[in-house]
Design a binder for this molecule. Sequence first.
Ligand code: ADP
Length: 371
Amino acid sequence: MVAEIRRLPLKTTQGWTARSLPPSPAPTTFVRNEDGPPSVAYIATRATPGAIVMLIAITAVILSFRCSSLETDQRDFVDPHTYEDPYAAVEEFAQEIDASLITVGPEIGVGQFGCVRRGKLGERTVAIKTLKPGSTEKARMDFLSEASIMSQFQHPNVVLLRGVVTESIPLMIITEFMDQGSLDKYLVKKARCLQSFHLLVILRGVAAGMQYLSQMKYVHRDLAARNVLVNSQLVCKIADFGLSRKLEGIAEGIYTTRGGIIPFRWTAPEAIALRTFTPSSDVWSFGIVVWEVMSYGQRPYWNWRNSEVIQRVKEGYRLPAPAGCPKALHQLMLDCWQRQSAHRPLFVSIVDTLDGFIRCPERLNMETRHR
Ligand code: ADP
């Protein structure tokens, strides 16, 4: 019997792609990711019930095997702030690059520490962050700490550190180059071309990066579209680890800041009030990113003043669905913005939910809650 095949997007190690599938005479059921779990990319809609049960069972077994091996493989993040000497941390975690191998190109952005340039490391195009001359000792420590943090992460949805230059001046952080720049600007620039499938792929990438970071027991604290980078394959990667800190122990699972700047519009009310950041306050911020994406880069809470945002959110106000945003995605935002942080979904379930929407877009217009 030849089963009828429904065409669905393909999932790769970097998330979903819009690649259309070649016509296949065979009743293909799975497409294997290079190093991820197999995904149900084709579904045989007329397969026998026995075959479907068998497929589900095989998928469950493979997935649980993959999950348990991932759990044992993954090390917890080590906070470089626990090192007295930031050079010792960077030396331990990051690869030193000889400055003579780097060709510095044009400026592509300006960051907190200095300008960011495109360049080459050998044949490879890279982004080069430099610490501007005359920076304070604190800026130098923060700059090196960001490199030590990034160097511990390896995930297709987290910006990859290629190495650092610390043995000559200026200090440099060399990362992979993301040719479409930051997500907030990309959304505005590409608003006319991005369809709902593309928006889902973007959100799925951000959620998968955050799932990885939270599994590493790591709280970002500054998740916002401006801190996500995009490339022309629509792969989104979490960047900017300047405000980030490790979770201090599983029991309390929170980090208390020592003051500093808080991105109020993106920050959960309890994190503002108590200065405590948790994976669930990152989930709140993710809800704001969903709103930014679905509104093609609008500013959350428009031109309201910070004090007004804080007060109204405390009183229960939540951002409305952007024009044309499906109900289920607005519900996902509202779930991320639950007052009780324990009632917010985990990133792992957010990724699942988004995968479900990508596979089955009809679900976008159903009423569902995600926990
Ligand atoms: P900082 O964290 O020091 O404030 P950012 O990392 O935000 O600096 O970089 C500032 C800008 O530089 C970004 O908004 C983006 O436009 C550009 N940029 C930074 N890193 C990259 C990269 N890896 N690829 C492409 N553009 C980048």
